[in-house]
Design a protein around this ligand. Structure first.
Ligand code: ADP
Ligand code: MG
Length: 309
């Protein structure tokens, strides 16, 4: 086993390959860079920003892979009661959490953004493979799912290259190719708001994705309140509930990424009820009291390490 590291998408990236292969590692990092250049909204020159800049003006034709990704994100956003919203961009930019934001934006700024985040105003044309945002100022933000999408692409590439086993960690999004003879991958879950080395639990998986959505990575404190980066389209403020993080264990990292954000928004009880009908998706939730709740453990093992210390 050998590790390769890089810093991309604002996060440290780690790739573990079964044996030394710098060429393959370079190809993987190149693939990540290429995909990020399509999907980021933190730089003006991405494909997604070209779609956003044309808001209120004209549709933009995109490659079919991106069209499918946006279609899926729109579908999830339009589910009844969904707290996932791919049109959340203007609100994300108003808060600037994880960037320069240090205090809540003025209410007028939030209200202006709220007028521009209705996913019904996104028009997809399957024949033309184009995306059109009806109102000027609208912005698609795929920050909640881009890493999952890219992690799947990396694993698909490594599988095609017949890499026997591998792990990619895109900073919170981990995906694994199966290891032989039940040597499971060990993945640490950080204890929320503790030092980065302190773990709450260790998960053992093989051939699965492990994605965490937590409120302790990107947030700011203002007048003793914690404002984090998962926003509620209904209020214009960060979602407020009983959870510090949700980790989803699933076959696809894209699905894991969608559901880590969705389940975070649903809270403990609703999430457990939903997961009981979807055994292919499993989750570990850490509550505000630092309780660790597993929905089921069919495809992974969870070793709790640091209960309430
Ligand atoms: P991370 O891996 O950075 O913790 P998440 O998967 O939890 O990210 O998604 C958070 C990101 O998703 C935010 O930084 C923002 O770009 C975007 N986002 C914020 N609120 C929502 C929302 N309600 N629906 C969809 N995307 C959101
Ligand atoms: Mg997510």
């Amino acid at each position: 086993m050998i590790d390769y590291q890089a810093v991309m998408m604002g996060s440290p990236i780690r790739l573990s390959l079964s044996q030394e292969n710098p060429q393959r590692a370079r190809a993987v990092f190149q693939l990540i860079k290429q995909q990020e250049a399509l999907l980021t909204v933190n730089r003006d020159d991405s494909l997604l920003m070209a779609v956003n800049r044309a808001a209120g003006q004209h549709p933009v034709v995109v490659p079919s892979t991106i069209f499918h990704l946006v279609s899926l994100a729109l579908q999830v956003s339009l589910l009844p009661g969904s707290l996932f919203n791919l049109a959340i961009g203007p609100l994300v930019k108003a808060w600037r959490i994880g960037f320069a934001g240090r205090s809540p934006p003025p209410i007028s700024r939030i209200n202006d953004a709220m007028a521009l985040i209705d996913p019904h105003d996104i028009v997809l044309d399957a024949e033309a493979q184009s995306i059109f945002l009806r109102k000027c100022g609208m912005e698609i933000d795929l920050g909640a799912i881009a890493k999952g999408y890219i992690a799947d692409k990396v694993c698909q590439y490594l599988h095609e290259q017949q890499e026997p086993y591998a792990l990619i960690n895109l900073g919170g999004n981990v995906h694994t190719l199966a290891r032989p003879e039940h040597h499971l991958w060990q993945i640490g879950l950080r204890k929320p708001f503790a030092s980065p080395q302190t773990l709450s639990a260790r998960l053992a998986v093989s051939g699965r994705s492990v994605v965490t959505s937590g409120i302790y990575e990107r947030f700011f404190l203002h007048q003793q309140r914690c404002y984090h980066h998962i926003l509620d389209s209904r209020t214009g403020y960060p979602l407020d509930n009983d959870l510090l993080s949700v980790t989803v264990i699933s076959e696809s990292s894209l699905i894991g990424d969608i559901y880590s954000t969705l389940l975070y928004g649903m809270g403990v009880d609703e999430s457990l009820a939903w997961l009981s009908h979807h055994p292919e998706i499993e989750a570990v939730m850490i509550t505000r009291d630092n309780d660790i709740i597993c929905s089921s453990q069919h495809h992974f093992q969870c070793h709790v390490l640091n209960l309430k210390q």
